[in-house]
Design a protein around this ligand. Sequence first.
Ligand code: UD1
Length: 418
Amino acid sequence: MQKFIINGGKKLSGEIRIQGAKNSALPIMAASVLCGEEITLHNCPRISDVYAAMRILTYLGCKAGFEDKNAAVLKAETVSETNISDELMREMRSSVFFLGAVLGRTGKCRITLPGGCDLGPRPIDMHLAALRRMGVTIKEEYGVLDCTAENGLKGANITLSFPSVGTTENIMLAAVLAEGTTVIQNAAREPEIADLAGLLNSCGAKISGAGCGRMVIKGVKKLHGCEYRIMPDRIVCATYLSCAAASGGEIVASCCRPSDMESVISIFEQMGCIIHSSEDKIYFSAGYPLKAVSPIRTMVYPGFPTDAQAVVMAALCKARGTSVFVENIFENRFKHVGELCRMGADILAEGKTAIVRGVDRIYGAKVCASDLRGGAGLVTAALSAEGTSEISNIRYIDRGYEEMENVLSSVGADMIRV
Ligand code: UD1
């Protein structure tokens, strides 16, 4: 099993080029199923979840692979399989996007419940309810969901009870080739939604209002191929800024989109960090000592992202004063807290709330990642700790971060993979 070994206490300095967004790449890769022609995705991150999506595409009879460093080429000329195996479904949560895409292309799809990081219960009831409104019959037996749209998918008016990111994306995938118009009210507004719409519209779809609460999708008969550049990963950017904040460094994050990150940037400013942004760069200088911040409540976009909670919490472990986190999106997203406490952090987590009392020092320790962003939080803490940390279970981190040890070493971290 691979581990990261980190000798903490090194200030970070230099430039980090921010990778393409995982949460954009995965639904976009599923979208390639809807299109019979070739799609070239630039800025596609080489992370394990992307390779898992490629395995699903290959299993479905499509072509999928990297052509160049970060250029992925996908072609779904024929879709010869519509049952996705349990093994593939369990590899990641985003396997669920293939439901909307395969249904949209073929009118049928059989899946089991998706896997992914354990953040508490992650039902797909809203995905299924929306697809039913679009004319899909869903038979659920022994954990298998047999979905068919016998008379084809039909546009529908769908109002979401919560602006779920995945549900919005699955509806978009099912709706682009459906007959008629689909209107999604209370749609998610995350930037990755607009990126998926950007790809689909580049292939000839008719989607308007993506990124707003109300989206209109006019069904078209066919999609064509395109070349598309995946947006920068705002959570990866928040992670490396947290690392710099925690370790007292000064970095430039390039090829990013600061306008997507305002809620996170304002927290770093409260910590006392100095930030200047241009259109695609963030110049970041850590404050010393870091200051505690006003309560952070995770929210849907443009609120503070749940995915940045763990890394920002790790950066606040040594801040002067007490910071409070309220996790409103997922039920079980404080698994990193126990591991941060092993390193000497003073954090009390109860229910949705975690109280972080800043300490003077944290220490290197043997800790274990239990989910993707929590694992990144442990790396953030280890960089600011005295002594050596050993982080195990880094396969979680590899799901979303491209060669994290090389990126951080390139700006001065003492970090290796063994
Ligand atoms: C996506 C992101 C994930 C991020 C999350 C919230 C991807 C691949 N993943 O996950 O990184 O943390 O958005 O920003 O883009 N829910 C239901 N029923 C459903 C669907 C969702 O109850 O059918 C609940 C979930 O359990 C959760 C909340 O709604 O409590 C938010 O989930 P959602 O916005 O759907 O997140 P994901 O798409 O899973």
